[in-house]
Design a protein around this ligand. Structure first.
Ligand SMILES: Nc1ncnc2c1ncn2[C@@H]1O[C@H](COP(=O)(O)OP(=O)(O)OP(=O)(O)O)[C@@H](O)[C@H]1O
Ligand SMILES: [Mg+2]
Length: 357
């Protein structure tokens, strides 16, 4: 896939022709975890990598901080090819790359303060300076009052805040997140996502995060790459990908949050043939252009027909309204043709699914 056209400045992370093969061991065959990945992350961007379990997401992110080495290709971070570094230079390079994890990976024998201080101690920062760095970090993540608490005394969201502060301690340029909200409830997830957005804006920190949830991509990412079977099958701005998903996998991910998938109860009622008195069922996709207009009430008025919303949602993503609705239209075949033409003229996508009684 060619690099997206909206990437103008020098990217802070650039994958070029990267493949990763885990060699065969004992009974298990070799695994090609990534195939020929080209990915560019613009400075200051928040990029989401989404894919199903086993798609290669963690492998991809671990290549950025050198926890894995590629079998082919190069990974440039901030102009340095991390795949060519020796252990010592790699340790140095990792200070500019922070990482947060699904299960937080805190040391249970250390307080919040001491966990955040750990990377500074490892980097050889003088004890006298450490408090001056950790204090403001605790404040930034909203945990000043928990500085002397141990992980067992903190909630999941608070533990992840400690994880974020620890990742920021060495003033990284890039923050990597491997399913950092997957173990949290929806409300706590939202709080952590807003914290990450704030950090991105205030510290101009580039964020690459992986997730299997499209709702997280929607809330956090300004760009997204879809990984399937070790390949990037689709990438672009979050809006482009949501508004016009091309690959089947992307369509399913997008459908999972925009109501684009036919709900079971409706599928069960749908009939392929029309009987007298039946209503036609249409799936209308709003792609950021037609949405926002009072399309449905206009239809009802112009054609003198009943239009009912059965399912779906229209919402705002990256400042563009879009989404999808399932509607029933009580109209005979001739009028139905005109209704569909009118919906399409408003640049919506329209699919005629069948009929309901
Ligand atoms: N160290 C390893 N040795 C051998 N195979 C591995 C290793 N790590 C990952 N794999 C394999 O590589 C493929 C990609 O794994 P990866 O962990 O990158 O997927 P993922 O997208 O992060 O999945 P999940 O959502 O389950 O975390 C999988 O088939 C996995 O079994
Ligand atoms: Mg993983």
């Amino acid at each position: 896939m060619p690099p997206p056209s909206d990437v103008q400045t020098q990217p802070i992370i650039a994958f070029a022709g990267v493949s990763k093969v885990y060699p065969a061991r004992n009974e298990s065959a070799e695994v090609v975890a990534l195939h020929d990945i080209d990915l560019q992350v613009p400075q200051g961007a928040i990029v989401g990598v989404i894919g199903k379990s086993g798609a290669g997401k963690s492998t991809l992110i671990r290549l950025i901080n050198g926890l894995e080495r590629p079998s082919r290709g190069s990974v440039l971070v901030n102009g340095t090819d991390v795949t060519a570094l020796g252990e010592r230079d790699l340790r140095e390079a990792r200070r500019s790359i922070g990482m947060i994890f699904q299960h937080f990976n805190l040391l249970s024998s250390r307080t919040a303060f001491e966990n955040i201080a750990l990377p500074l101690e490892i980097a050889g920062v003088a004890k006298s300076e450490i408090a001056g760095i950790v204090g403001p970090l605790l404040a930034m993540v909203g945990l000043s009052d928990k500085r002397d608490r141990y992980p067992a005394e903190l909630s999941g969201g608070q533990k992840q805040r400690v994880g974020i502060a620890r990742a920021l301690a060495t003033k990284p340029k890039v923050l990597l997140s491997d399913e950092a909200t997957s173990a949290l409830d929806p409300e706590t997830t939202d709080q952590i996502l807003s914290l990450l957005k704030t950090i991105n804006a205030e510290l101009k920190l580039t964020i690459v995060f992986i997730t299997h949830e499209m709702s997280v991509v929607k809330k956090l990412a300004d760009r997204v790459a879809v990984l399937e079977g070790g390949r990037i099958v689709e990438q672009g701005t979050t809006f482009e990908v949501f508004a016009n998903p091309r690959h089947e996998t992307t369509k399913r991910f997008v459908g999972s949050i925009t109501g684009g998938n036919v709900p079971e109860w409706l599928r069960a009622k749908l009939k392929p043939e029309r009987l007298a008195g039946d209503s036609a069922v249409l799936h209308v996709g709003f792609t950021g252009r037609g949405a926002g207009q009072p399309v449905l009430s206009r239809l009802a008025r112009n054609f003198g027909i009943d239009v009912n919303i059965l399912h779906g949602q229209v919402e705002t993503i990256a400042s563009h309204p879009f989404g999808s609705l399932f509607i029933s239209v009580a109209a005979d075949p001739e009028v139905l043709g005109k209704v569909i033409a009118e919906l399409k003229a408003g640049q919506n996508t329209v699919e005629h699914l069948g009929y309901v009684a």
